[in-house]
Design a protein around this ligand. Structure first.
Ligand SMILES: Nc1ncnc2c1ncn2[C@@H]1O[C@H](COP(=O)(O)OP(=O)(O)O)[C@@H](O)[C@H]1O
Ligand SMILES: O=C(CO)[C@@H](O)[C@H](O)COP(=O)(O)O
Length: 532
């Protein structure tokens, strides 16, 4: 048997803008990292930020073949760099949540008979009934959401079953739209996967089950019984249970890696594939979140999530099954206007430089002299409002801010929103609270300083900016022993801990206390203006 240091576990993350991989050894040390950027490494798919925004500005999709080709590319990259696949004991991973993949009839056959002499993408050309997979940024399914909520008796009733009221990006509503507007394609589909279970299927050489945690982001699963809810299935599309098959625990070993990977890359025959999950659940694992911690992910989307024991679903935010402990849950709030909005303001106000963006942040005092901004370039999720709204210290609308004030207003506004909504869900910041930050923007200390000041709590990061990937590797390791009763915490207890990145500035709480109240009132006003 290989010594712990020679054992290897892989975690993949099929997120919005890139495919990433992390390798860890048996001592949980990171030994390798690689990534493929969709826009720049696969320009033939002509994506921007990994997606295509359609003419109606509401429909957002990604080409499913791009994800397949990205896997070909990343594995080739690793092979060319001399990565030794023969030590990989298990692999797992994650995908951007809610996105869906439609496997055409006969695709299972293709998956089961892959020729190791060829690329995956050339062999799977004909395997998808829908080429453009709806992704989490889509907000074109308002009608389908309304139908689903009325079918089960209302928004709160739907949340009581599935953990969330109906959301446009949630997979069930996307499936309902495909069934209504692309009926032939729906009928040609033999299996529907999430991005996560689609990725697991590629490694397995067969259809992989949807896991409980990512399955919670579909508006289809009863998060308490962990079965598909029949009323939700009925209200969504016909023969849906057949196309989804039963969900499985996120810790489940789904099988061994397919012969294709053994012959083409040298994976060992007994390398196990552990269920893939959503990228936010994956991050919860990668950051080894503990009860009481609050996690803030600053990826393409911004998300805030918590580990919870007693879920009380409401019409705001989401409750998902916990990916590492089947008796627990996680609460999550998602913001669509995250990194892409920060990038826009960086380009307009700091000549495209993060360094300039940081300088501007530091140059304006905390609290921004009472100026507050709300920047919803795209229709926001929490709350469902749109547009750029600037207010001076008297609460009067203003048309512009100076560049420096604009940058601080954006970052403060984004974090005030996170704290306001986390508190609405019942979260209390108490002495001892840790904020764990991850995602691309967590590499920026000046952004983290604002986060720490607004939350009045220390912010910690882990060495690997992509905690979802690392979570995949940890979950792969845990999956091998989960059946025998070993807890996730026990399996990863030797992993390096999170490191303190920044602490709150003295006096920040006195400044942000009143601003939190003001922000909540202004957001309410903006929401009224949007809906009214
Ligand atoms: N130094 C930085 N400061 C602020 N944001 C950054 C910095 N470096 C990268 N980012 C942001 O990180 C984002 C990508 O984050 P990532 O977590 O990798 O996204 P995803 O997982 O959704 O593909 C980019 O869109 C970029 O705006
Ligand atoms: O919709 C959600 C969560 O509900 C998003 O958080 C997606 O899961 C995309 O994640 P990133 O690519 O931004 O990490």
């Amino acid at each position: 048997m290989a010594a712990p240091a020679d054992c290897c576990y892989l975690g993949f993350d099929f997120s919005t803008q890139q495919l990433k991989v992390v390798a860890i050894d048996g001592n949980l040390q990171v030994t390798n990292q690689s990534n493929v950027q969709f826009d720049s490494d696969l320009p033939e798919f002509r994506t921007q930020g990994g997606v295509h925004i359609h003419e109606d500005r509401l429909t957002v999709t990604s080409p499913v073949h791009m994800w397949v080709k990205a896997l070909d590319l990343i594995l080739e990259k690793m092979k060319n760099a001399g990565f030794d696949f023969s030590n990989v004991k298990a692999l797992s991973g994650s995908g951007q949540q809610h996105g869906s993949v439609y496997w055409r009839k006969g695709a299972r056959q293709a998956l089961q008979h892959l020729d190791p002499g060829r690329d995956l993408h050339s062999m799977l050309q004909g395997s998808f009934a829908v080429q453009d997979s709806p992704v989490w940024m889509d907000s074109s399914t308002t009608e389908q959401c309304q139908c689903l909520e009325s079918a089960v008796g209302g928004a709160q009733q739907l949340a009581d079953i599935t953990g969330s009221r109906a959301y446009e990006r949630f997979t069930g509503n996307q499936i309902a739209k495909i069934h209504q507007f692309q009926t032939d394609k729906y009928n040609e589909t033999e299996r529907i996967s999430l991005v996560s279970s689609f990725a697991a299927s590629l490694f397995l050489g067969d259809y992989a089950a949807i896991d409980y945690s990512d399955g919670s982001g579909m508006n289809l699963m009863d998060i308490f019984t962990k079965k598909w809810s029949q009323p939700c299935l009925n209200a969504t599309a016909p023969q849906l249970a057949e196309k989804l098959k039963e969900p499985k625990p996120s810790t489940a070993v789904l099988g061994s890696v397919s012969p294709y990977f053994i012959e083409r890359f040298g994976f060992p025959e007994d390398c196990k594939v552990v269920a893939f999950t959503g990228d936010n659940p994956g991050s919860l694992a990668g950051m080894r979140l503990q009860e009481g911690d609050i996690a803030v992910s600053l990826g393409t989307s911004d998300t805030v999530f918590l580990w919870i024991k007693e879920p009380r679903p409401t019409v705001e935010g989401h409750i998902f099954c916990n990916p590492v402990d089947c008796h627990s849950y996680m609460a999550l709030i998602c913001y669509k206007n995250g990194s892409l909005t920060r990038e826009r303001i960086r380009n307009e106000c700091a000549e495209g430089s993060w360094e300039g963006f940081s300088r501007a942040l530091r140059s304006v005092p905390i609290g921004n002299n009472g100026n507050i901004g709300i920047y919803f370039d795209a229709m926001e999720i929490t709350p469902p409002a749109v547009g750029v709204h600037r207010f001076d210290k008297h609460g009067r609308r203003v048309a512009t801010f100076t560049r420096e004030v604009e940058i601080r207003a954006l970052v403060e506004g984004q974090f005030l929103a996170k704290r306001v909504h986390a508190q609405k869900l019942g979260y209390k910041i108490i002495p001892g609270t840790r904020v764990l930050a991850t995602g691309g923007a967590s590499s920026n200390k000046d952004i983290l300083q604002v986060l720490s000041d607004v939350f009045n709590a220390p912010v910690y990061t882990i060495d690997v900016a992509n905690s979802a990937c690392l979570g995949g590797a940890y979950r792969a390791m845990h999956g091998l022993v989960a059946e025998s009763g070993v807890s996730f915490a026990e399996a990863v207890r030797k992993a390096p801990g999170a490191q303190l990145a920044v602490t709150p500035t003295t006096g920040a709480e006195e400044i942000y206390g009143p601003l939190l109240k003001r922000y909540a009132e202004l957001e309410e006003k903006v929401l009224k203006d949007t809906t009214g």
